[in-house]
Design a protein around this ligand. Structure first.
Ligand code: ATP
Length: 296
């Protein structure tokens, strides 16, 4: 099952372009991550891919079917975990899951089986009978993730599935998403968290100001930056070097090798200084910061 975005754009009725030109292909058995800051157009893109929003331009295609012309065909193939989740306050996680699966046409017996499996997988078994009003925000979020994974839909979209989760809960969600991808699901998720994209993304699509500006595996995206290491300087008011990125609490200088990084580091007088290999965040700053070439 594949998901294709082709020059996808959406202009809202107030004239704002939520997305301008998004292009990518999400493949079966892989986790495709749409990575971008607040307001980049990730939710708008997910809306078009899931038939909730009609594109103003371009095409969204799920397994060969257009999300505009074949709405119901597409809807049968997909499940969506939205950014803002609503679980009825009186329903327990177990009831909510069973109800959701029933609506999706899954038999009662199978629904119970799947609910149990995914509540355990998402570490919700202990709270399965507690009314949702008594759950934490993170537990509610995990209920929603459990629902879409249990749906059996071959294509799953998740809009910021781990925002608001603590470290432990994030790992639980990440592990369950990886298992589902390994079982052959096509997973498309959004995040603004570089670490999440780096850990989870088999394929990462960087979105900036409504456009997909770069895409590829994490390693491919890292190769777009002509550096291998960075010197991270904390609490330094001034640096003797002109070329650095100022991130407020940290200042970053890039180097083409560990040796070069060590040479630069020796010249800097600061209390806290470290040398690190470059990460996806550096690649993002390089590409989205306008130094790299845009791509579509
Ligand atoms: N219903 C709407 N009507 C008008 N403008 C909208 C609407 N929804 C989103 N926008 C605008 O479209 C742009 C993209 O928003 P979108 O929610 O898609 O971004 P995002 O990348 O998902 O951001 P976040 O990480 O904050 O969720 C923003 O400028 C936003 O203000």
């Amino acid at each position: 099952m594949s998901v294709i975005a082709k020059h996808l754009g959406k202009r809202y009725s107030n004239g704002v372009w939520g997305a301008r030109d998004v292009n990518f292909k999400a493949e079966q058995g892989k986790i495709t991550v749409l990575l971008g800051p607040n307001g980049a157009g990730k939710t708008t893109t997910i809306g078009m891919l899931t038939t909730l929003l009609k594109p103003t331009r371009g095409e969204a295609i799920v397994e060969g079917s257009s999300t505009v012309e074949d709405v119901w065909k597409v809807r049968k193939l997909i499940a969506l975990c939205p950014q803002d989740i609503h679980v009825d306050n009186n329903w327990s996680p177990l009831d909510a899951m069973k109800g959701y699966l029933m609506i999706r046409g899954i038999s009662k017996e199978e629904g119970v089986k799947r609910s149990e499996k995914y509540l355990k997988l998402l570490d919700l078994w202990e709270v399965r009978n507690i009314p949702a009003i008594a759950l934490s925000g993170g537990q509610r979020k995990r209920v929603a993730v459990a629902m879409v994974l249990a749906s059996g839909a071959p294509v799953v979209f998740l809009d910021e599935p781990s925002s608001g989760l603590d470290v432990e809960a994030r790992y639980v969600v990440w592990k369950s998403l990886r298992e589902e991808a390994n079982r052959g699901k096509t997973i498309v998720l959004t995040t603004h968290d570089m670490k999440e994209a780096e850990i989870l993304g088999d394929y990462v699509v960087m979105i900036s100001k409504g456009k997909s500006v770069a895409k590829g595996t994490v390693d491919e995206l890292k190769d777009r930056i002509p550096y291998t290491h960075k010197i991270v300087v904390k609490n330094a008011s001034k640096l003797p070097l002109k070329e650095h990125i100022d991130l407020g609490d940290r200042k970053i200088i890039y180097a083409k090798s560990r040796g070069e990084a060590m040479e630069i580091a020796e010249k800097i007088d600061a209390k806290s200084i470290g040398i690190e290999e470059i990460s996806l965040e550096d690649s993002y700053l390089y590409i989205v910061g306008g130094v790299g070439n845009g791509e579509n």
